[in-house]
Design a protein around this ligand. Structure first.
Ligand code: SF4
Length: 355
């Protein structure tokens, strides 16, 4: 059901559907294919690594070791070519799939997951918009939603993420939760919690700015390099139709999303929570509230983004955290010298010795 303004409503009986874009072959375009420019001198990491946006999890990975994130882009073959025994690989696969299965079964408790063929980059982004559009009325109706997409421009960089869960507490607070599965029945070390805490705080910042109506058409177009006039594929149109949205192009869907966000009157997130549970049994280990201070968070974010925008070199671990290097796959290539910085801010020679 939708009004002429494009506002959506949902019946409590109607389960929310989360759409998952699956790649379909893009039809051949007329004209010559677009060529990528070769990275030039003075290009910042966003440009060098062809990033139109950053995932929230990429920024959070910087809390562990920023240089490790940089090496992941600069010498990706190191990670992919790591010598892993079949037993190690099988173990990692089991843990990964258990974590994924746990998240999926949690999601299926509250919503259905439906695959949608996506023909173009605009289709893939449109699927994310449709998910947000279908979850707005669910939240307005007081329902719990999972895997809610958030995105927006923060401190000059376009960030994207997916909130694990949003629901209302008994006291009527809007609570944002992030589930983290653990192999052992123990809490993570503070160095890991730092990244988890940044993740939920950034999700709140993005969600709050979306429901405040801060998302602008030109931010999406210019940062994600998408074409507003591009026609949406049949799979996307079918699901837009189910939400009673009368759209044919990507730009029209974006306009409708902005309109809905402007008038949705959803509250800002009141509480942030990290939930740790055991990967094997699913038993809860602990739940921790995360404090939020916007000024401090923005300051932290500006510092992390300064690397991506080329305002400083990437940093390795602090001297107290040099223990992280022993399990790092880049240790043979790493030249970071903890505790020392040069006048130019570049890393100086540091060879982590390998056994
Ligand atoms: Fe970071 Fe240490 Fe790995 Fe270097 S060896 S990338 S400093 S964790």
């Amino acid at each position: 059901e939708s009004s002429v303004t494009g506002k959506l409503s949902i019946s409590k009986k109607c389960a929310v559907e989360r759409l998952v874009a699956v790649c379909a072959v893009e039809p051949a375009t007329t004209g010559s294919p677009r060529k990528r420019r070769r990275p030039g001198l003075g290009w910042n990491p966003m440009e060098r690594f062809w990033r139109t946006h950053l995932a929230v999890t990429q920024v959070c990975a910087q809390t562990w070791c920023e240089l490790q994130v940089a090496y992941g882009f600069e010498i990706p073959h190191v990670l992919t070519g790591q010598q892993e025994s079949p037993e190690m690989k099988a173990g990692a696969d089991i843990h990964l799939s258990r974590g994924k299965r746990q998240r999926l079964s949690r999601e299926l408790e509250v919503q259905r997951v439906v695959s949608v063929p996506a023909l173009t980059r605009e289709d893939r982004q449109a699927v994310s918009f449709l998910n947000l559009l279908s979850m707005i009325p669910a939240l307005q109706a007081g329902l719990r939603v999972r895997e809610l997409p958030v995105f927006g421009l923060l401190e000059g960089v376009f960030l994207m993420g997916v909130i694990d869960e949003l629901c209302y507490s008994e006291r009527g607070e809007l609570v944002l939760s992030e589930l983290k599965t653990r192999r052992l029945h123990t809490l993570p070390a503070p160095a890991q919690v730092k990244g988890h805490s940044l993740q939920v705080r950034l999700y709140k910042l993005l969600f709050d700015s979306l429901v405040r109506g801060d998302l602008q058409r030109e931010h999406v177009m210019s940062h994600l390099h998408l074409r507003p006039e591009r026609a949406l594929g049949p799979g996307v149109l079918e699901h837009a139709g189910k939400l009673s949205l009368q759209v044919s192009t990507f730009g029209e869907l974006l306009d409708l999303l902005i309109l809905n966000l402007t008038y949705c009157e959803l509250p800002a997130v009141d509480r942030l929570s990290l939930e740790y549970c055991h990967q094997g049994t699913g038993a809860p280990i602990s739940s921790q509230d995360v404090p939020f201070a916007e000024g401090q968070l923005r300051e932290e974010l500006r510092d992390y983004l300064a690397y991506w925008t080329g305002h400083r070199e990437p940093r390795g671990v602090d001297i107290e955290e040099v223990w992280k290097c022993s399990s790092c796959c880049y240790q043979q290539h790493c030249e970071w010298k903890p505790g020392e910085s040069t006048a130019t801010g570049t890393t100086s020679a540091y060879k982590v010795t390998t056994p």
